[in-house]
Design a protein around this ligand. Structure first.
Ligand SMILES: O=C(O)CCC(=O)C(=O)O
Length: 247
C-alpha cells in the first residue's frame, strides 16, 4: 500500500484509436498505457456474472480464478478482443498469442498484490510479453487501485526481497511471497482505472495493488499475452499455454 496522495493517473495522453503511433511511443517510454472504453458496460456485467458462476465461486471461494477461459468461452472472447490483440501485437512486436487469464473478485478487505514485474513469473525475453488489466468496475486508491512505477520497465529484471505476510485466502497464492526492490529514483503513482478501460502493462513494469478498503467488490479481468512462438515459463500454478488469437 502506498500513500493516498501519490499523483493519480486515469488516462493516457493518446489513444490507440486516434493516435496509434504516439500511443505506442508513449508505451515504450513509460511502460504502460491506459485505453478507455475497451469493454462495454454490458460486457463488464456479463464477465462479472460469469465470474460468480465459476467453479470456486459456486463454493464461496473467492481467490482470483486462474485461467477462467478454460471454464467459460466468454473469457476466450474477452481475451480475443480485436482492439486488445491489435494493441498488444504492436507492443510485443509481432502477432500476439494469449497466455493467461485471471479473474479477480477482490472482495471487501482483500489484501493488495505486492510490487512485482509480471515477467518475474513468465521469464520471457525482454519486450515480448505484456498484460491487459481490464477494470470491470471502477477502480481507485481505496478500491484496490493499481500502483505503477512509470519507466521502471527500462531496468529489465529487478531483484526481489522475500516477504512474510502470511496468506490471504481471497488473494492469489503467489501475490505476497516477495516484492520487487525498486531503485530509489523511480516514483510510485496510483492509477484510477474506470470500468471498461484497460491498463496495458509492459512485462517489466513494476506494479502492485492497494487493498480493497471499500464495501464493494473490485472485479478485474487480467489477460496476459506473448509474441507468438517466444519461450515462456508454464508455471506450476498457472500452467500457461499459448492460446492462438489470429483467426
Ligand atoms: O489486480 C490486482 O490486484 C493486481 C494484479 C496484478 O498486478 C497481476 O496479476 O499482475
Amino acid at each position: 500500500m502506498i500513500e493516498r496522495n501519490m499523483q493519480v493517473f486515469d488516462t493516457s495522453r493518446y489513444s490507440f484509436l486516434s493516435d496509434p503511433q504516439k500511443a505506442l511511443d508513449d508505451y515504450f517510454e513509460l511502460g504502460y498505457h491506459i485505453e478507455p472504453a475497451v469493454y462495454s458496460d454490458e460486457e463488464c456485467a456479463d464477465l462479472i456474472k460469469a465470474g460468480h458462476e465459476l467453479e470456486d465461486a459456486k463454493n464461496d471461494i473467492f481467490r482470483p480464478c486462474m485461467m477462467p477461459h478454460r471454464q467459460n468461452p466468454l473469457y476466450i472472447k474477452a481475451m480475443k478482443k480485436p482492439l486488445i490483440v491489435e494493441i498488444i501485437s504492436a507492443m510485443v512486436g509481432g502477432q500476439a498469442a494469449g497466455l493467461q487469464s485471471e479473474f479477480f473478485y477482490c472482495k471487501p478487505g482483500t489484501r493488495g498484490f505486492s510490487l512485482h514485474q509480471d515477467n518475474f513469473y513468465v521469464e520471457a525475453e525482454y519486450g515480448v510479453f505484456a498484460s491487459a488489466w481490464a477494470a470491470l468496475t471502477d477502480t481507485y486508491y481505496e478500491k484496490g487501485g493499481l500502483i505503477i512505477y512509470p519507466e521502471s520497465h527500462k531496468e529489465g529484471a529487478l531483484p526481489v526481497r522475500k516477504l512474510n505476510l502470511g496468506s490471504d485466502s481471497a488473494q492469489d497464492p503467489n501475490a505476497n511471497n516477495e516484492e520487487t526492490v525498486v531503485p530509489p529514483h523511480y516514483s510510485a503513482y496510483n492509477v484510477a482505472i474506470p470500468k471498461g478501460a484497460v491498463l496495458f502493462i509492459h512485462g517489466h513494469l513494476v506494479h502492485g495493488s492497494n487493498p480493497n478498503q471499500t464495501s464493494e467488490w473490485r472485479h478485474v479481468l487480467l489477460n496476459t499475452y506473448i509474441k507468438s512462438g517466444e519461450k515462456f515459463r508454464a508455471g506450476f500454478y498457472a500452467k500457461r499455454e499459448e492460446v492462438p488469437l489470429a483467426d
